[in-house]
Design a protein around this ligand. Structure first.
Ligand SMILES: [Zn+2]
Length: 445
C-alpha cells in the first residue's frame, strides 16, 4: 500500500521551487517523478508527496519557479498538524531549533530536562536533519532524527507526557554520479552541484598525494564523482564512500578509485598504483596557511622568532585528521600548545597537532590511528591568538617543513590485486562516463 505523508516546507516569495523541493529531501528519483508528473506545490505551505515514492500523486499544477506564500487550510483546521524539517546547525540550542521548526507553544527547559530526551539529544550532530510534527497552534507533537549510527531517534509528546524511542534502520544504498565544472572554489562548486561535503572531503583526500584539489583547481576544470548514498523511506540520510573520482586540470585527467582488498584498502589509480602517501602534507580537508614554516615576527612585531610548524586557519570544530598511520604518543595538555596530540609514525616520523578544542575518542596515548582518522577538532587552546591548527613534522627528531619535505610514499599492491583494481576501474569509470553523458535529472553538470 502506498503511504502518503504530508511534508511541509516553508516557502517565501524569493524561494525557488528547486530549493524548496530540496528542503523536502526527496530522493533524486522522487524529484524526477515529481517533475515528470508536472506535479507540485500549490501555492501552499504544504505539499503532498509519496514518501515511498513510486508515483507522486498530488493536485496537478504547472511547475513554476517562484511561489508566493498564501496560507491554505488543508482539512480540519482544528486538528491539522504539519511536519517541518530543519537542519540542526552548529551553535543551535534546542530552543532555537524548535523555533525554526515552528514550535512556539512549549516549555523547552522541561523537555530538555527529561532524562530520556537529553540522552537522545546528545546524539544530535550539526548538519543532522530534524523533522517535527507540530500542531496548528505551535505545539510539538513529535520529532525525529537519524543518528550517526543509523538509528531513528524519536521524541513524542502526547497528553503532556514525554516519551522517547530509538530503533535501528534498514537503509537503502544507491550509487550516484555527479559532475561539475569549477567556477570559483571547489568546495562551494561541488556542493552547489549537490555533492555532499563529506564526499567533497573524500575527493580532496583521494588526490592529496598528487594534486591539491582545494587550492590547485581553476575555473573551467572539471570534477566528477561516483559515490554511495543511503536512504530511509525515500529520504536521504547520508552519503557514504567515494567510489571513484575524476579531476581534469591543465589538460590532464587524474583518476582515483576506492579498492578494498581485505588487508589493504584505499584509493588507487586505474593502473592499480596507490594514490596514498605515507604521510599527507595537510591535516585538514580544507585549510589556508596562516603562518608558514621558518621564522616570523613575534606578537610585538619587533623580533623574528623561529616557527617550527605551519599554522592552518580553520573554524573551531573543524576535524583534524592524522596525516599518516601511527600510534598516539601523547594526547593531553601542554603549556603553549594547549590540547595537543603527538603521533609516532613508521620510519621515525612524528607529527604534532596543537591548540585543539577537543580530542576525538580515538586520541588516547598508546592507541593506533589510521591515516585520515579524526584525532580532534580545531580550537584555540594554549597560546593561540585565534582559532587555528599548529602542525609540526619531525623526522629522526629534526623539524621539517611539512609542506615541502620529501615524504614517505604509500605501499603498492601485489600484482594480483593490481589486476583486480584495473578490472574495477574499467567498470566504475564506464559508469562515470555514462552518467556524464546522460541527461538524467539526478546528474548535475
Ligand atoms: Zn604555529
Amino acid at each position: 500500500m502506498q503511504k502518503n505523508r504530508l511534508l511541509t516546507v516553508a516557502l517565501d516569495a524569493s524561494d525557488s521551487l528547486v530549493a524548496a523541493i530540496d528542503r523536502l529531501s526527496l530522493s533524486p528519483r522522487q524529484k524526477l517523478a515529481g517533475a515528470v508528473a508536472g506535479v507540485f506545490l500549490t501555492a501552499v505551505v504544504g505539499a503532498l508527496a509519496t514518501v515511498d515514492g513510486s508515483s507522486a500523486s498530488v493536485n496537478a499544477h504547472a511547475v513554476v519557479e517562484k511561489l508566493a506564500v498564501e496560507p491554505v487550510v488543508l482539512g480540519d483546521p482544528t486538528d491539522a498538524s504539519f511536519w517541518y524539517q530543519e537542519s540542526f546547525n552548529r551553535g543551535d540550542t534546542f530552543g532555537t531549533l524548535l523555533a525554526r521548526l515552528q514550535v512556539s507553544n512549549i516549555d523547552a527547559a522541561r523537555v530538555v530536562g527529561n532524562a530520556g530526551v537529553s540522552r537522545l539529544l546528545r546524539k544530535l550532530r550539526p548538519g543532522t536533519s530534524v523533522r517535527a510534527e507540530v500542531s496548528r497552534v505551535g505545539e510539538l507533537q513529535q520529532m525525529e532524527f537519524i543518528t550517526a549510527d543509523d538509528r531513528l531517534a524519536r521524541i513524542v509528546l502526547a497528553d503532556g507526557k514525554l516519551s522517547t524511542s530509538e530503533k535501528a534502520l534498514q537503509l537503502t544504498r544507491e550509487v550516484v554520479a555527479r559532475s561539475t565544472v569549477v567556477r570559483s572554489r571547489l568546495l562551494a562548486d561541488v556542493q552547489g552541484a549537490g555533492v555532499p561535503a563529506t564526499v567533497a572531503q573524500q575527493i580532496s583526500q583521494a588526490f592529496s598525494g598528487s594534486i591539491d584539489v582545494s587550492s590547485t583547481l581553476v575555473r573551467g576544470d572539471r570534477v566528477a564523482a561516483l559515490y554511495e548514498v543511503f536512504y530511509f523511506e525515500g529520504q536521504l540520510v547520508r552519503a557514504g564512500r567515494l567510489l571513484a573520482a575524476e579531476v581534469s586540470h591543465a589538460g590532464q585527467t587524474h583518476r582515483a578509485l576506492w579498492f578494498d582488498g581485505g588487508n589493504v584498502r584505499g584509493y588507487y589509480n586505474p593502473q592499480g598504483q596507490s594514490m596514498q602517501v605515507g604521510l599527507r602534507r595537510v591535516p585538514l580537508d580544507f585549510a589556508r596557511v596562516n603562518s608558514g614554516y621558518g621564522s616570523r615576527l613575534d606578537a610585538s612585531g619587533q623580533q623574528w622568532v623561529a616557527h617550527k610548524g605551519i599554522d592552518f586557519g580553520a573554524p573551531i570544530g573543524t576535524p583534524v585528521r592524522a596525516t599518516g598511520d601511527g600510534v598516539v604518543d601523547f594526547a593531553g595538555w601542554q603549556n603553549g600548545y594547549g590540547n595537543v596530540v603527538v603521533i609516532r609514525h613508521p620510519g621515525d616520523y612524528t607529527t604534532l597537532y596543537a591548540h585543539l578544542s577537543q580530542f576525538s575518542s580515538g586520541s588516547r596515548t598508546g592507541l593506533r590511528i589510521g591515516q585520515g582518522d579524526t584525532i580532534g577538532f580545531v580550537g584555540q587552546t594554549g597560546w593561540a591568538t585565534g582559532p587555528h591548527l599548529h602542525y609540526e613534522l619531525r623526522h629522526h627528531g629534526a623539524y621539517m617543513n611539512p609542506l615541502s619535505a620529501a615524504l614517505p610514499s604509500g605501499l603498492d599492491l601485489p600484482a594480483r590485486q593490481q589486476a583486480q583494481v584495473q578490472v574495477q576501474a574499467k567498470a566504475l569509470f564506464a559508469q562515470l562516463d555514462a552518467a556524464r553523458q546522460s541527461t538524467a535529472v539526478a546528474l548535475v553538470d
